[in-house]
Write a protein that binds this ligand. Structure first.
Ligand SMILES: *Cc1c(COP(=O)(O)O)cnc(C)c1O
Length: 436
């Protein structure tokens, strides 16, 4: 299968090229040339299948032309060593818990899949070492670092802003060692992102080493996220709740919801989608006005969604035609909600006290959007994107409690922090990389 760029100013790429390069040469995002439908009888039978089997069916639709079935099944198996259960919060609202992986957030799925796929291409082609650069404000760095940990032929550099990442988040990528290097940058998240972008553009550096990115612009990270939409449907179908299904996705860069829109395009019977946002609401504004105006992000307590210019917006436009009818097609399928920090806090408290379910600040946006919008006869499922303990300080303060930290997270906290401090200017970063 070929992958074309959303900007259409460059030749289509092979899967391998798209994964290794990340972003297309014309700065567009790669899209698969075809979206292979899953037959209705296969979808009706998903309820009789395991998560692994379901993921293999979806993975073959995307990657079956490029990777032989046994290898692909093995990559899927190695990726999904954990479940994504659907849990009832109320009679009509279900939580798709995506936090049972190693770093307790949904990004584990894409991070692990991409690491294994890239590892496979490196072995097959005998490539020299590939270096992954990733800027993080917390969650992405841990999922990518843990996904790539120990994968031969790949070295990961995680850039994070000094003093702006919580200790719980920091320990998940600074204590790993092996092929993971944590770089503590004396600056903000935006500085980290700027350094990474400058490195990709620097010719001398690119001659010196092979560089790639691992955020949701990479097809190998975002497409596998469609696996759990099919799995959620199967679980709800099993209990007779899959009719008139509304899926709500707490969104930042919109990679997660785009994977859901791909699942829908493949034939998964989802009635409609909701994008739940915090105060960073450019997408909501696009829905209501048809005009997209990117702007700097504002800080909120659901900080993994603090994005002012969602990178996957280009994919959504492309998926729905990029023409005059696009806005109409998008608003017919997707609606939006935005929540302030106060509203998020109130939801966490109320749902904990009333339904005995502990939401994290991102999932709280998803839950609340469903509660506000579900119509008679609809069933809603929201993506619970992270374990609440990842945001322990915030959640504790809201509930006046001391929530439990899962064993997996405690294990990271016992490790020894290893990181290298760097200036925020590009020259020091470049000089450092040139020694590698
Ligand atoms: C990354 C992240 C999001 C946003 O996902 P996108 O794919 O960027 O829209 C939401 N919640 C959590 C906990 C995250 O880590």
């Amino acid at each position: 299968m070929k992958y074309y760029s959303t900007n259409k100013q460059t030749a289509p790429a092979s899967l391998e090229e798209a994964v290794v390069k990340g972003l297309a040469g014309d700065k567009g995002l790669y899209m698969p040339e075809r979206i292979v439908p899953i037959a209705p009888e296969v979808i009706a039978d998903l309820k009789n299948r395991s998560f692994h089997e379901i993921a293999c069916i979806v993975a073959r639709a995307f990657f079956g032309e490029d990777i032989e079935p046994d290898t692909l099944d093995q990559i899927v198996k190695d990726t999904l060593s954990f479940e994504t259960p659907v849990v009832s919060v109320t009679e009509k609202i279900y939580s798709l818990e995506l936090f049972h992986g190693p770093t307790l957030a949904f990004k584990d799925v894409g991070g692990r899949f991409m690491a294994r796929l890239l590892g496979y291409f490196i072995r097959k082609q005998g490539l020299k070492q590939v270096n992954v650069l990733v800027a993080t404000s917390g969650d992405t760095g841990s999922a990518v670092a843990n996904g790539f940990l120990g994968v031969e032929g790949i070295h990961v550099y995680v850039l994070y802003p000094k003093g702006k990442v919580s200790p719980i988040q920091e320990c998940q990528f600074t204590t790993l060692g092996q092929n993971i290097t944590a770089l503590e940058i004396d600056g903000t998240f935006d500085d980290c992102q700027r350094l990474v972008k400058a490195a990709f553009m620097d010719e001398e550096l690119n001659r010196h080493m092979m560089l790639t990115s691992a955020n949701s612009i990479n097809v190998a990270r975002f497409l596998p996220q469609s696996f759990y939409y099919f799995n959620a449907y199967a679980q709800l179908d099993r209990i007779g709740k899959a009719q008139d299904l509304v899926v709500c996705v707490p969104s930042g860069n919109f990679g997660n919801i785009t994977a859901g829109l791909f699942a829908h395009r493949m034939g998964l019977p989802i009635k409609r989608f909701i994008a739940a946002n915090n105060r960073n609401d450019v997408f909501l504004e696009y829905l209501s006005t048809g005009v997209y105006t990117p702007r700097p992000s504002v800080a909120t307590i659901a900080n993994a969604m603090d994005v002012g210019d969602p990178s996957n917006f280009a994919r959504i436009l492309d998926l729905y035609g990029a023409d005059q009818e696009t806005h109409q097609r998008i608003t017919a399928l997707i609606s939006g909600y935005r929540f302030t920090d106060e509203e998020i806090a109130a939801t966490i408290k109320r749902v904990y006290e009333k339904e005995n379910y502990l939401l994290d600040p991102h999932g709280a946006c998803g839950y609340q959007a469903l509660e506000n919008s579900l119509q008679e006869g609809e069933v809603g499922v929201f993506l619970e994107t992270a374990h609440p303990a990842k945001f322990k300080d915030t959640v504790d303060q809201i509930l006046g409690a001391d929530i439990e930290i899962p064993g997996k997270l405690q294990a990271f906290m016992k490790g020894e922090k290893q990181s290298l401090s760097l200036d925020k200017d590009f020259q020091s970063f470049k000089l450092y990389l040139l020694t590698k």
